[in-house]
Design a protein around this ligand. Structure first.
Ligand code: SF4
Length: 118
């Protein structure tokens, strides 16, 4: 593991350690409204990350921060999810779509891999 990955993991831990699992954040989550499974909820992801479970489920978040507006502790869950994704990328465990976007970004400067014409 790299220092960057360790720092990202520490940031995730700092945030999810404080979570009291109240579930207030679930009410505004647009992903949960569609998926309807606790593991895909903000609280569900916080529980998984608190158990040191960094998995592709972390990509099931639009990073809209709706959950943060409801959290009584003002936890920055989206920051934790971004850093959890960083851990996955640095350990080469990102999702197929993520790999494709990274490849396109490196190739063309945008996630679609399209070269701009004048
Ligand atoms: S609202 Fe905050 S404290 Fe409650 S479960 Fe969600 S992240 Fe944790």
């Amino acid at each position: 593991m790299s220092i960057e990955s360790d720092n990202a993991k520490e940031n995730v831990k700092d945030i999810v350690d404080k979570c009291i699992k109240c579930g207030m954040c679930n009410s505004l989550c647009p992903v949960l409204k569609i998926v309807r499974e606790e593991q895909s909820s903000p609280r569900g992801k916080a529980i998984l990350l608190d158990s040191n479970y960094f998995e592709k489920l972390i990509y099931e978040c639009s990073l809209c921060k709706a959950c943060e507006s409801k959290c009584p502790l003002n936890l920055k869950l989206c920051e934790a999810f971004v850093n959890a994704r960083k851990v996955l990328v640095l350990s080469k465990k990102e999702c197929v779509e993520g790999k494709e976007m990274i490849k396109n970004l490196n190739k063309s400067g945008n996630i679609y891999g399209e070269i701009e014409s004048d």
